[in-house]
Design a protein around this ligand. Structure first.
Ligand code: COA
Length: 238
C-alpha cells in the first residue's frame, strides 16, 4: 500500500534514511534517464540550491521503498521560476505566502503508467492539492514542459499560463499558476477512489493546518418502480 508522507524541517529527522536514496533517485531519473545534464553532480545525487530547510517534500513510500516524490518550495524563498526562468513569467515575480512552487515530480520507472496499479502520479497530484488546502495555499506555480497541460486538463487541475512556451534544451517549457482549491481536490479523490484525506503527517502534530473532512460516498442511484436503472432523470432517450 503506497502512502504519501509530508516531510519538512519539522520531521526530516524521522526520514533520515530516505534522503540519500531520494537524491540518488533524482539523479538517476533527471540526469541519467532524462539527460538534464545541467543537474549532473559527481557524487551521483541531484540536489540543487532550492533543496533548503524550507522545502517541503511529498514522499510516496510503499513498504519501506521510496517510489515517487514531489517538492514544494515557498515562493517567498528563491525558487526555479524566480532565479532561473524569470523570463517565462511575463506577469513578474510571484512572491506570495499562499503560493508554493512545485518541482521534481517523479515516479520510479516500474511504477509508472496504468499497468502499475493505483496511479502514483495521480496520487501525488491529489496529495499535493490536499497539502495545499490543508496549509491555506491558494495556488501552485510551476515551470513545466508543455506536455503536462493535457494531463492537467484531463485530471481537472486548472493551470493558467503565465507566459508563452519557450524552447529550452529542446523542450517546450512554460510557467503556469495552478489553482489550489477544494473542488479540484474532491474531484481528484473521486477519480482515484479516495474517500478521505491521504497524507501522512508523521511527527507534524504541531503544524497549524486545517483538518480536511472525509468525503461522502457518491449518492446511490435511486430507481423508481417501473423505471429502468439505466434511465435516470436527465438521461437522453437515444
Ligand atoms: N515527454 C513527453 N511526454 C511524457 C514524458 C516526457 N518526458 N513523460 C511522460 N509523458 C507523458 C506521455 O504522454 C506518456 O504517455 P505515453 O505512455 O503515451 O508515452 C504519459 O505521460 C505517461 O507517462 P508514464 O511515464 O508512463 O507514467 P506516469 O503517468 O505514471 O508518470 C511521470 C508520469 C512524469 C511522473 C513519470 O513519467 C516520471 O517520473 N518521469 C520522470 C520525471 C519527470 O520527467 N518529471 C517531470 C518533470 S519534473
Amino acid at each position: 500500500m503506497s502512502e504519501i508522507h509530508v516531510v519538512n524541517k519539522g520531521n526530516r529527522h524521522l526520514y533520515g534514511d530516505y534522503f540519500d536514496p531520494y537524491f540518488r533517485l533524482r539523479h538517476d531519473i533527471y540526469v541519467k534517464q532524462r539527460k538534464w545534464m545541467a543537474l549532473d553532480r559527481p557524487d551521483g545525487r541531484e540536489i540543487d540550491r532550492f533543496d533548503t530547510n524550507e522545502a517541503v517534500y511529498l514522499f510516496c513510500i510503499d513498504g519501506d521503498r521510496l517510489i515517487g516524490g514531489m517538492r514544494a518550495v515557498p515562493t517567498v524563498m528563491p525558487n526555479l521560476m524566480s532565479e532561473i526562468f524569470p523570463y517565462l513569467n511575463i506577469r513578474g515575480p510571484i512572491q506570495r505566502p499562499d503560493v508554493y512552487e512545485l518541482s521534481r515530480i517523479f515516479v520510479i520507472p516500474e511504477r509508472r503508467g496504468e499497468h502499475a496499479g493505483p496511479r502514483i502520479d495521480m496520487l501525488l497530484l491529489t496529495a499535493i492539492m490536499e497539502y495545499g488546502i490543508s496549509m491555506g495555499l491558494t495556488a501552485f506555480s510551476i515551470v513545466l514542459e508543455s506536455w503536462w497541460l493535457p494531463r492537467f486538463e484531463r485530471c481537472g487541475w486548472k493551470a493558467h499560463p503565465l507566459g508563452l512556451p519557450q524552447m529550452i534544451d529542446g523542450m517546450s517549457v512554460l510557467a503556469v499558476l495552478v489553482d489550489c482549491d477544494e473542488t479540484t481536490w474532491t474531484s481528484l479523490c473521486g477519480q482515484i477512489g479516495l474517500r478521505k484525506p491521504t497524507l501522512t503527517w508523521r511527527g507534524l502534530a504541531g503544524v497549524n493546518r486545517r483538518a480536511l473532512p472525509d468525503l461522502s460516498p457518491p449518492a446511490p442511484l435511486t430507481v423508481r418502480p417501473g423505471q429502468s436503472p439505466l434511465h435516470g432523470a436527465g438521461d437522453c432517450a437515444t
